[in-house]
Design a protein around this ligand. Structure first.
Ligand SMILES: *[C@@H]1O[C@H](CO)[C@@H](O)[C@H](O)[C@H]1NC(C)=O
Ligand SMILES: *[C@@H]1O[C@H](CO)[C@@H](O)[C@H](O)[C@H]1NC(C)=O
Length: 222
């Protein structure tokens, strides 16, 4: 009995170390919706990127990379947990927004779980898959689209109708604001000071700024 108790303790310690390593690899995160029902975490190295989606649904979750934030020509991945078994598949949308299963599956499911309210899915892919149905993940701003649905993907395929969905712009590989500025770059902030924000949907605010004087041509990067 004592020996079994000791083994139990050893197993628990190993499990805790594994979770710690996994959490450290996903150092960036963003809520893709306004209510925080769909949270994306990610981490990357020079060749691949690992994602974790935590979404408030027991059905499927969809994640995509789109040329402009719309469904057409998007690189899609759809996954969930059905009867306790995680699933994940690589799809793409054609220019008419019809969704097809990608013949080359470049997204790798790492783990998936769900409880009474949430689904969590971990997966990875190469930054550049060389598959025309996938979008390369670069240092630029990427248009991310997301969806979540009450039900899992059935044998007849995805039920896009009725899904909660949205879009967000993210910079996966440059999530900070001060990274990748070449050495020797001059930084000049242009700020509006003490502007009362009007209580209406959209406001256009024009403001002139005097730039610092420079002696030769400069290239503005950002
Ligand atoms: C990048 O991460 C992937 C997945 O974790 C791993 O297989 C690969 O060896 C890593 N590459 C480098 C250059 O660290
Ligand atoms: C269900 O899972 C989510 C996501 O991991 C977590 O935030 C939530 O606390 C869990 N709920 C319960 C009741 O454990």
């Amino acid at each position: 009995m004592r020996a079994r108790g000791l083994w139990g303790a050893v197993v628990v310690v190993l499990a805790a170390v594994r979770v710690e390593v996994r959490a450290r690899g996903l150092e960036h995160s963003a809520a893709l919706d306004a209510g925080g029902r769909y949270v994306l975490k990610w981490g990357f190295n020079g060749t691949s990127i690992t994602f974790e989606i935590e979404a408030e649904t027991r059905g499927y979750v969809g994640f995509g990379l789109s040329p402009n934030g719309a469904m057409a020509s998007a690189d899609l991945v759809i996954g969930g947990v059905a009867d306790g078994v995680p699933y994940l598949q690589d799809y793409f949308a054609d220019s008419n927004r019809a969704v097809h299963k990608d013949p080359v599956q470049n997204y790798r499911l790492l783990y998936g779980r769900e409880n009474h309210t949430h689904t969590v899915l971990g997966f990875s892919r190469d930054l550049e898959t060389c598959d025309p149905n996938d979008r390369a993940i670069t240092g630029s701003t990427m248009r991310v689209i997301w969806a979540l649905h009450r039900e899992d993907v059935g044998p007849s395929g995805t039920q896009y109708h009725g899904a909660n969905r949205g879009r967000k712009s993210l910079r996966f590989l440059n999530p900070g604001t001060s990274t990748n500025i070449p050495p020797g770059t001059s930084i000049y902030d242009m700020r509006n000071v003490n502007v009362p924000v009007p209580d209406k949907d959209t406001t256009y605010w024009c403001q002139m700024f005097k730039m610092p004087e420079v002696q030769k041509k400069h290239h503005i990067i950002r």
